[in-house]
Design a protein. Structure first.
Length: 152
């Protein structure tokens, strides 16, 4: 799943993926289009109907409060697995180095995801489970971080 959720980034220009500063509105649109590109590359509606795993990947930028993209789905349209992938994507994005910023600490990343959960964007149950993993001592430093294959 983790390997296909950003499949559409193959169609995103490297200049946008590696940009050091803030994206323009046009660049943001192109970056957000990677979800739709993933949808097309994976086989479109027919493939999504056959493979639930692809639905979870396509939903990873949706938000429970309909503020996500590309379809603006609501919480009632998003299953638990989609909610888990959403949370994981946000948390990993915060804890990894990005071209435009250094990684954040686990605590800072938890604070940000907590605010997003409180505002209704992310799932409370999934956030609680993530928090529990962290408090139980999950060592994120031992998790293998691979370079984004779209930036090689």
């Amino acid at each position: 799943m983790a390997k296909v959720h950003d499949l559409g980034k193959m169609a995103t220009p490297i200049s946008i993926l590696e940009k050091l500063g803030k994206l323009t509105k046009e660049e943001t649109f192109i970056m957000q289009r990677h979800i739709f590109d993933s949808y097309l590359i994976a086989g479109g509606r027919e493939a999504l109907e056959k493979h639930t795993l692809l639905q979870w990947a396509i939903n990873h930028h949706e938000r429970l409060d309909v503020s996500g993209y590309p379809w603006g789905k609501s919480g009632t349209e998003l299953d638990l697995e989609s909610r888990i992938i959403m949370m994981a994507d946000v948390f990993v994005a915060l804890t990894e180095d990005r071209p435009y910023r250094k990684s954040m600490s686990i605590d800072s990343s938890l604070d940000i995801t907590a605010r997003q959960e409180k505002s209704g964007m992310l799932d409370e149950y999934v956030f609680t489970k993530l928090s529990d993993l962290v408090s139980e001592g999950l060592d994120f430093n031992r998790i293998e971080h691979t370079k984004n294959p779209f930036l090689l």
